[in-house]
Design a protein around this ligand. Structure first.
Ligand SMILES: [Ca+2]
Length: 88
């Protein structure tokens, strides 16, 4: 939990206020921490779509709870691919 909060604050704090992830900070996070994913995206609007989907209150920024939906979604995707990779 501490690592998640520290990770969020490291990127959110780039623009000063460390409780909110701006779109630029979100893109920086995705392109750095999830580079393997973002480099494989052929459609450049994928990150825009992800941001819009996560931004549930439509203020153009991500608070920590909106950010956690990304982490939860990633955990689910990893879990699913792990189950597929490991024979039952
Ligand atoms: Ca928001």
């Amino acid at each position: 939990m501490e690592s998640l909060i520290a990770l969020f604050q490291r990127y959110a704090g780039k623009g000063g206020y460390n409780c909110i992830l701006s779109k630029m900070e979100f893109l920086s996070f995705m392109n750095t921490e999830l580079a393997a994913f973002t480099k494989n995206q052929k459609d450049p609007s994928v990150l825009d779509h992800i941001m819009k989907k996560l931004d549930t209150n439509n203020d153009g920024q991500l608070d920590f709870s909106e950010f956690l939906n990304l982490i939860g979604g990633l955990a689910m995707a990893c879990h699913d691919s792990f189950l597929k990779a490991v024979p039952s």
